[in-house]
Design a protein around this ligand. Structure first.
Ligand code: SF4
Length: 227
């Protein structure tokens, strides 16, 4: 069995995924615009802050649609999404996205293309949207379009580098390693388990290596960091 699959099994054995603590899996049944806004709010901040910002928007607008977003000024949007941080910059991106998504024909064409094209091509289409980087695109591909992509967040990057299975902090290299090492049907669950592991055990400061179920695969642990 590949190391990635072994790690997945060990993490599944000790962690219970608390879906409520993640924004993206909770908005997968929304339309693509709303989904991308939710994921954009989670960039460079915790899911908890993103959920607060998202709920503020939802409460104020009633529903998150391009038209309702465009009825607000940049400052009004910024105020609502303040809990996510970088709110003025994010508000600008959200308004740009709302302008693009108000063209229904464009959106339905985009969705059809993403559904029919291979992952790499679909990712290129998504990353052309304002504020959509490789991680947001991969979250959309994996969670919204059920495509085989593996998004890398700060927790997954840290764990992977500590494991020592990838030397470069490059997003692409880390994502490719996990995709190669995992069965496609485990991508989503493994992604959420790794984040859970990073939040609770393999924390940025003082990782709890002694109780870590994947320490036998970890170079950081083997090198003597055995707290
Ligand atoms: S052994 Fe320590 S550093 Fe390695 S994955 Fe586990 S908690 Fe992280």
């Amino acid at each position: 069995m590949q190391i990635g699959e072994k790690i997945y099994r060990e993490l599944k054995r000790i962690h219970k995924i608390d879906l409520k603590s993640f924004i993206a899996p909770n908005i997968r049944n929304k339309n693509l615009f709303e989904f991308i806004i939710g994921v954009l709010l989670s960039q460079n901040t915790s899911d908890r802050n993103a959920i607060r910002a998202y709920n503020n928007l939802l409460k104020s607008l009633g529903s998150i649609t391009p038209q309702k977003i465009l009825s607000k000024s940049p400052d009004e949007i910024a105020l609502l999404i303040k809990p996510a941080g970088m709110h003025f910059q994010r508000a600008k991106r959200i308004l740009e996205l709302a302008r693009i998504f108000s063209d229904e024909e464009f959106v339905s064409e985009l969705i059809n293309k993403i559904k029919s094209l291979p992952v790499e091509e679909s990712r290129k289409l998504l990353t052309k949207l304002p504020g959509v980087g490789e991680k947001t695109a991969d979250v959309a591909l994996l969670m919204y379009f059920d495509k085989p992509a593996f998004p890398i967040d700060t927790h997954i990057r840290r764990i992977t580098l500590r494991l020592g299975v990838v030397e470069s902090p490059s997003y692409e290299k880390i994502s490719q390693w996990w995709m190669k090492e995992l069965d496609k049907k485990h991508y989503l669950e493994a992604h959420l388990l790794l984040i859970t592991h990073g939040r609770t055990v393999c924390k940025a400061k003082n990782p709890e290596c002694r109780k870590c179920p994947i320490k036998q695969y970890c170079k950081y642990y083997a090198s003597g960091n055995k707290k």
